[in-house]
Design a protein around this ligand. Structure first.
Ligand code: PLP
Length: 351
């Protein structure tokens, strides 16, 4: 594979791979400080990662202002979702969530014998917390909310969410997935539910280095929760992040300049996309993550095919909204190309 790419680079200058705006990856790259930390650590990967994991736990605890006992480092944040699902799922028990939403946790919950109660979003494609509350019954053990929601990118009012979580019965855990929250207007300071973890509420919060920090392929994330919840999830822990991931994550947390640039890039390209959608009169959900969910009016499978013919990979189907498309934010250049192609397709299709 390496030799093949080298060959391509040498002989096929100018040819380009597809524009990948399908998987919510960070097109702006990742921290140079993280890259240096990885290179410095490379000679030592014959040794286990215990110290580096501890350093990551300490760095995260400091950032989140929680005791180190509250931090669960994982290989990407996906395992936090899965461990929580495994820990709480049981026949007859249910998790309440929304549709369209991110399904990794609920799929695992179902695989482990639990049931899912699905609540629709409101007409702005935002959470309807009253409807979520109404769906809770005596068999509910968890409420899973992804904020901003994936695929819609909408956020929920932070005060309303805090009240909602505080009012949940004590034996129902709130799982808040903040994978994209740094990119919301006002960022973590305005929107994060971390203060509820500190207050001792029954809540699990998940964060990742895959999105704003741009290290999806390295697999580092973490959960934050009370030690008794951590003990429950711990039964299903199958391995944390590797040594290179740990040092890169710690370096990323120190690289505030990269963080600021990443956030600024995302917000400005996101605005460029929504400005164009406004001009074209295309309906979209108010985006606060690293993607935009828009109504094409074309069945998503067909739309994916049309885009693929033009060398652009867009997001997968998100039932039940099958004539909408989720487009991840790429670089300014990639998004200009996307928007030109998009305008062309919409015109040809008479939309
Ligand atoms: N949560 C949400 C909402 C996501 O969209 C994703 C990935 O796309 C994840 C969690 C898991 O990502 P990772 O395991 O890379 O942290």
């Amino acid at each position: 594979q390496v030799a093949f790419s080298q060959h391509e680079v040498d002989t096929d200058e100018g040819s380009q791979g597809p524009i990948r705006i399908s998987g919510n990856e960070n097109a702006f790259g990742y921290s140079q400080m993280a890259m240096m930390a990885i290179m410095q650590e490379l000679p030592d990967i014959n040794r286990y990662q215990w110290e580096e994991t501890m350093a990551l736990i300490e760095a995260v605890a400091m950032k989140e202002m929680v005791p180190t006992e509250y931090v669960v480092p994982t290989a990407g944040s996906g395992p936090v979702l899965q461990m929580a699902a495994m820990a709480y799922a049981a026949p007859g028990k249910n998790v309440v969530t929304v549709e369209p939403g991110y399904t990794q946790l609920v799929r695992t919950f179902n695989n482990f014998g639990g049931e899912t109660k699905i609540v629709p979003l409101n007409d702005k494609l935002e959470y309807d917390l009253d409807a979520v509350k109404a769906a809770i019954d005596e068999d509910t053990v968890m409420v899973y909310l992804c904020n901003p929601n994936n695929p819609t990118g909408t956020v929920v009012n932070p005060d309303a969410l805090k009240t909602f979580i505080r009012e949940l019965p004590d034996d129902i855990v709130a799982f808040v997935d903040e994978a994209y929250l740094e990119l919301a207007d006002g960022g973590l300071d305005k929107h994060s539910m971390i203060s509820l973890v500190r207050e001792g509420e029954n809540i699990i919060l998940a964060r990742t280095f895959s999105k704003v920090y741009g290290m999806a392929g390295l697999r580092v994330g973490y959960g934050i929760m009370k030690p008794d919840t951590k003990k429950l999830l711990g039964k299903y822990q199958m391995g944390g992040p590797n040594k290179l991931g740990c040092v890169a994550a710690v370096a990323s947390l120190q690289d505030t300049a990269f963080f600021e640039t990443s956030v600024t890039n995302y917000r400005s390209v996101r605005k460029m996309v929504t400005d164009k959608l406004d001009e074209l009169g295309i309906e979209y959900a108010y985006p606060q993550g690293s993607f935009v969910f828009m109504k094409t009016g074309i069945p998503i499978k067909e739309f994916q095919g049309m885009m693929e013919e033009r060398n652009i990979m867009v997001g997968r189907p998100f039932p039940p909204m099958l004539d909408w498309c989720r487009v991840s934010i790429g670089t300014e250049e990639e998004m200009s190309t996307f928007l030109t192609v998009f305008e062309d397709i919409m015109k040809t299709q008479g939309k």
